[in-house]
Design a protein around this ligand. Structure first.
Ligand SMILES: [Mn+2]
Length: 247
């Protein structure tokens, strides 16, 4: 098995299409295929903030559920959009407002389709994905070794939001512990969630959220090759959105 794990897309549909084509995926009779039978995994947060979340939902739905060439694990933005579609009273901010605006501008038939696509995509998704043959785990915000194999509230919160302390920085961003620094497991942990300018590789963990929606890059981490491919973003560069790590 060979996979290309795609970082946080956040509605950057054009960049996603460009990356798929760079990775060698081709559309044949309306279905995506790869000549070397590679598979895709989406690390979550496919919508919000970017220019075209609706087309991104439709494409990821097609890749996962129709063409069956991809897997997807949800991110925190996916979880919130799912709750919005269920009719829950969620706060329409932190990026959700762009997806909701696109959605509300659709025809009622398209609304029905997009909602059904996303709900189906979300409900079939595992909290995190274990690829045994590649010795790899894909989880949106990562996972700690002791949580692997569990399926409870703590795991759900960790994979969606990371190792949060419950406290916030002055600008409102949550304070997170640096779980990757103390990871000692043997599995690759491939994750996104926190935008970084370059892939952060430490202790067999790799953060591939290169902040495409903030103007940097959309990245794919390839296994078993352990290589990174990326395309440049067409969004305005917002350097203040990126976290830098001292190690
Ligand atoms: Mn996220």
């Amino acid at each position: 098995m060979k996979v290309d794990v795609i970082g946080d897309v956040h509605g950057c549909y054009d960049e996603l299409k460009a990356l798929l084509s760079k990775l060698g995926y081709q559309k044949v009779k309306n279905r995506y295929v790869h000549p070397d039978h590679r598979r895709l995994v989406f690390v979550g947060d496919i919508t919000d903030r970017g220019p075209d979340s609706i087309s991104t939902i439709k494409l990821v739905h097609q890749l996962v559920l129709i063409d069956q060439i991809a897997d997807y694990v949800p991110g925190n933005h996916c979880n919130k959009l799912y709750r919005y579609f269920l009719g829950n009273n969620v706060q329409i901010r932190h990026g959700l407002e762009t997806t909701v605006e696109e959605y509300l501008n659709l025809s009622s038939q398209q609304k029905k389709l997009v909602k059904a696509n996303f709900v189906q995509l979300y409900e079939q998704a595992p909290l995190y994905l274990k690829l045994k043959s590649l010795n790899a785990i894909i989880a949106h915000a990562g996972i700690k070794a002791e949580l692997i194999g569990l399926n409870n509230k703590k795991v759900q919160s960790f994979v969606l939001y990371g190792d949060t302390t419950g406290e916030t920085h002055a600008d409102g961003r949550p304070i997170r512990r640096d779980w990757a620094k103390s990871y000692r497991g043997d599995f690759w942990i491939i994750y996104g969630h926190t935008p970084v300018l370059e892939p952060r590789l430490i202790n067999k963990t790799i953060n591939i959220d290169l902040g495409c929606v903030f103007g940097n890059k959309l990245a794919a981490f390839q296994l078993p090759e352990q290589t990174i491919q990326f395309v440049d973003s067409s969004q305005p560069f917002q350097p203040e959105k990126f976290t830098s790590f001292t190690s």
